[in-house]
Design a protein around this ligand. Structure first.
Ligand code: ADP
Ligand code: MG
Length: 338
């Protein structure tokens, strides 16, 4: 028998006093984890494409400014108007940090997230700072060569970098890419009079699959190129839908700046929690969907038709909206299913 030195009693660490409130909080945490378990098991190893709206960033204050301007504009077009001002900056950073945390947590429990981002308000802001006029036709931004340069610089060089950095605070996880990289997105011009605004013609998901297989999180800026290498700015909602389809994702999730899809655009009491494709068709026909919501709904419909299990339109202003949707029984926003 060896002589094990016995420490003096005073040297034993005294367990900290646990208050009743702390015990209750811990029990709550445990029950939250238990609630999440079936979802974690269901989504393990599945691809989830998340589109982070330029406006979800800019509208981080949660003042509902978005609701006021349901009208004219569309996607590759998204003009500013939702706070890109100074006082929004902190809120936007906070929202981005919280989004990054959610994405990292998804990855940590075995989900394979792919992030797609817009940046309309950020493009408009730089255009303004450079004193460049924005011309809109039918609510779509006319994109001449200068505008395309600006859009590409902002999306690939700024917004993409910001999201990648926010994720990589948690570890070497995110890899930023443009749709031009490894021919991810081949584009064709969408309307002759809009200049370099593109449609998705082909998606080659090989590079995404390679990154996912390595446990990395791709973050995609939605610039595509045609066969000659000419770049085009493409609506981020459309790209998110096309990537979800190409990857046969489990889910396609839009984080935006409104509480969900409304049957009537201007009436907040008409938010719909679940909708089949047939119901969505009805809503589209009734004219209830306008502006930036249209490409989201179209992308949801297309993706779900093409085999994506569920599509969601969530309120990106709600902290941890992604976690609430993925891992709780409640769910938030609107769910589109076959
Ligand atoms: P994002 O940056 O997320 O793409 P958008 O402004 O392009 O944001 O799209 C979201 C906006 O769509 C909402 O803020 C709202 O004003 C508008 N909208 C139009 N029709 C509807 C509808 N039926 N339900 C909800 N929002 C709608
Ligand atoms: Mg939009």
């Amino acid at each position: 028998m060896t002589n094990v030195p016995v420490p003096e009693p005073g040297l034993f660490p005294v367990p900290p006093k646990v208050t009743r409130a702390q015990k209750a909080a811990a029990a709550k945490t445990a029950s939250v984890l238990v609630e999440a378990l079936p979802y974690i098991r269901r989504f393990w190893g599945k691809v989830v494409v998340v589109k982070y709206g330029g406006n979800a960033l800019a509208a981080a204050r949660g003042d509902g400014a978005g609701a006021e301007r349901a009208g004219a504009e569309q996607a590759a077009a998204e003009p500013s108007g939702k706070g890109t001002g100074d006082e929004d900056h902190d809120g936007a950073l906070e929202a981005l940090a919280s989004f990054a945390q959610d994405v990292v947590l998804m990855r940590a429990v075995g989900i394979l997230p792919v992030v797609v981002h817009g940046g309309g308000p950020q493009i408009s802001e730089l255009m303004q700072r450079l004193g460049k006029e924005t011309e809109f036709r039918n609510g779509l931004r006319v994109t001449d060569a200068d505008t395309l340069d600006i859009a590409r610089m902002v999306l690939v060089g700024k917004v993409n970098r910001d999201i990648v950095s926010a994720i990589n605070v948690h570890g070497p996880l995110a890899v930023g890419m443009s749709g031009e990289d490894a021919n991810l997105i081949t584009a064709t011009p969408s309307h002759a009079e809009l200049g370099f605004v593109g449609n998705v013609s082909v998606v080659d998901p090989t590079m995404l699959q390679r990154l996912l297989a390595e446990g990395l999180i791709p973050v995609v800026a939605t610039i595509g190129a045609d066969e000659s290498g000419q770049a085009y700015n493409i609506n981020a909602d459309t790209v998110a839908g096309a990537l979800a389809e190409a990857l046969q994702a489990e889910k396609l999730i839009f984080l935006t700046d409104i509480e969900g899809l409304r049957v009537v655009a201007d009436d907040p009491t008409t938010v719909i929690r679940q909708a089949s494709l047939a119901v969505i068709d009805e809503i589209i026909r009734s004219g209830g969907i306008r502006g930036g919501m249209m490409p989201k709904v179209e992308a949801c419909v297309r993706a779900v038709r093409a085999g994506v299990h569920r599509a969601h339109i969530l309120d990106g202003r709600v902290p941890h909206a992604l976690l609430l949707e993925l891992f709780t029984d409640a769910g938030v926003g609107t769910m589109v299913m076959p």
